[in-house]
Write a protein that binds this ligand. Structure first.
Ligand SMILES: [Zn+2]
Length: 154
């Protein structure tokens, strides 16, 4: 342990590359002021979104964000690579995969040629993504608690 170094990072940070707020460059700049590494996570997929039969505006909000991310993904990766050098911080490109049944998961990689890849369920997602990626869950699924959506907790 004597020669080990602790690295500080954030593996779940959003900005306006999908449906968040704030510029990508600002997110990286802010992270670089206090962290050794970060991800800037775009919202990308929600394969079971069709199971939501209400909350149409929220559904459309998410779908619009996913389209925005997919349309700009290659440019985002190029920008991240430049920002990594500019702000001297290790950046791990990442995206978020939503699921009512399995919960949300973030797919993270170190490569700037990282592809947006989904799966119909968590097992297919893990099978489909490149083998040098890792997946981090950040909350449980909602699928069996449909009544909670109707109460507006979602
Ligand atoms: Zn998130």
């Amino acid at each position: 342990m004597k020669n080990n170094k602790v690295f500080w990072g954030d593996l779940h940070s959003h900005c306006n590359i999908s449906y968040g707020d704030g510029k990508l460059s600002h997110a990286v700049h802010r992270a670089s002021k206090q962290l050794d590494f970060c991800t800037i996570t775009g919202h990308a997929f929600w394969p079971d979104i069709s199971k939501i039969n209400h909350l149409k505006s929220i559904k459309n909000y998410h779908l619009k964000g996913f389209q925005k991310l997919k349309k700009k993904w290659n440019k985002i990766l190029i920008d991240l690579k430049k920002l990594e050098k500019k702000y001297i911080i290790n950046i791990f490109p990442s995206y978020e995969w939503h699921s009512l049944e399995y919960g949300d998961h973030n797919v993270i990689n170190k490569n700037f040629n990282f592809k947006l890849i989904s799966g119909d369920n968590i097992d297919k997602l893990k099978k489909n993504i490149s083998k040098d990626s890792f997946v981090i869950p950040h909350h449980i699924g909602y699928g069996k608690k449909q009544k909670r959506y109707k109460l507006g907790i979602f």
